[in-house]
Design a protein around this ligand. Structure first.
Ligand SMILES: [Mg+2]
Length: 251
């Protein structure tokens, strides 16, 4: 059995803004809140998915999307699903995996105070910089705070990121970490996420998989990609951009 654990946004599909103008052969992959097609698969992304399906590969989304945002994905996923950055696992029948939910709630409980401290201490600065703060929950429990800038202002987001990292350091919140994307900065658990969910699924439900593939575009995907046999990442994604910019010694 071959299992492909795959990030969604900017890995399997993306918005038109991120594609060359006038690109042909696009397939709608998600709907926006207005019900109109929002993200699209390129012909290459569609071919990869079709190849997986045709050859019997089990495809498991591993995404930061919450259940509501996942419901707007129109690609046909039929197996397990990892949502909420790993904090929610849905079984193939669509029900929440109760055992994983129990483990997550146990791990989140001691982090609540630190999460709230980071959120409250940065909120004033974030507002002054034009960033919108959202507390994200999984299983009705706060697990992440996202600071989003409507125009993806890099300077504002950078200041929020620095302030968050300083706060984590000064208060010794070692179990939280900060991740950054194009238009947002988030603080979330360091040891509870996509990688732990993938390891749990591999151990509990796919112990006999002969090959596990990991597909992702972002630094925040790296840990779960390292938990699989082979990693696939798109050119121009955050991961390859970072690697390309690294000054590696030539040996
Ligand atoms: Mg992504």
């Amino acid at each position: 059995m071959i299992v492909a654990f795959t990030d969604l946004d900017d890995t399997l599909f993306q918005t038109l803004r991120k594609l060359p103008p006038g690109m042909e052969g696009l397939t709608p992959a998600t709907l926006g809140r207005d019900g109109q097609p929002h993200s699209f698969c390129t012909p290459a992304q569609s071919a990869l998915l079709a190849h997986f399906v045709d050859s019997g590969v089990t495809v498991i989304p591993v995404t930061g999307r919450d259940p509501a945002a996942m419901a707007r994905v129109t690609l046909p996923f039929t197996s397990w699903q990892v949502l909420d950055h790993g904090l929610t696992i849905l079984r193939p029948d669509g029900q929440v995996d109760a055992e994983w939910r129990g483990r997550v709630l146990e791990a989140l409980s001691p982090l609540q105070e630190a999460l709230e401290d980071c959120t409250v201490s940065i909120s004033e600065l974030a507002e002054a910089l034009g960033c919108r703060l959202t507390r994200h929950t999984a299983h009705d429990t706060h697990f992440m705070t996202v600071f989003k800038h409507p125009d993806a202002n890099a300077a504002s987001l950078g200041r929020v990121q620095n302030a968050l990292e300083d706060r984590l350091k000064s208060r010794e919140h070692a179990d939280l970490h900060v991740i950054a994307n194009a238009n947002n900065v988030s603080v979330l658990p360091r040891h509870l996420g996509k990688a732990e969910a993938v390891r749990y699924l591999r151990g509990q439900h796919f112990p006999h998989a002969t090959l596990t593939l990991a597909l992702g575009d972002s630094l925040s995907d790296l840990a779960f990609m390292n938990a699989c046999d082979l990693a696939i990442t798109p050119p121009g994604g955050q991961l390859l951009r970072t690697v390309s910019a690294a000054k590696l010694p030539q040996r």
